[in-house]
Write a protein of this length. Structure first.
Length: 172
């Protein structure tokens, strides 16, 4: 920040937005690692990355809320009464600092959109995996269910096995 002296209240906001950007980049990395775990069938890694992602999501939410508070406060100090948002604040920031804020805002939007898309892909992969697993279970369950109502078992005694899984085993 070059011109922080003209508007000292924007420096903490810039630092907060930078921290938010760093957390989002970390989350993006974790989401991509999660995809590798999904496609590599690494259940242990998937669970570990899920926990790490939850922690980063909490941090992102906290940083985002704090940035929102700083944006509203900076808008009040800059006499912005309508649309107290970052875009309105950027419009009144002096030129050298404005470019830094614009660049940071674009980066945050870009990384956020990338995370959203990556999460959608991961969700689709998991849903497809679960659907495939359910189909496989249905197929094996239908194959193992007995169609006949009677079978021999337990030392030659006659037993009923209607719609129950049937496993054939040979006894000596």
């Amino acid at each position: 920040m070059r011109n922080g002296a003209a508007m000292p209240h924007i420096r903490p906001l810039y630092e907060q937005l930078s921290k938010l950007n760093e957390a989002l980049c970390e989350l993006d990395t974790l989401v991509l690692q999660e995809r590798k775990d999904i496609t590599g069938l690494n259940i242990t890694g998937l669970d570990a990355h899920r926990l790490a992602m939850e922690n980063v999501f909490v941090r992102v939410r906290t940083l985002s809320e704090q940035a929102g508070t700083l944006i509203r406060a900076a808008c009040d100090l800059s006499n912005i009464t309508v649309d107290k948002g970052l875009t309105a604040l950027i419009a009144v920031i002096p030129k050298p600092d404005r470019e830094l804020f614009v660049k940071l805002q674009k980066t945050i939007h870009s990384v956020s959109a990338g995370i959203e898309n990556s999460l959608a892909v991961n969700r689709a992969l998991l849903e497809d995996s679960l659907a495939f697993t359910n189909q496989s279970l249905l197929m094996f369950t239908s194959m193992l269910k007995s169609i006949s109502t009677n079978t021999y078992g337990q030392a030659g005694r006659f037993i009923e096995t209607r719609d129950q899984p049937r496993i054939i085993c040979k006894e000596i």
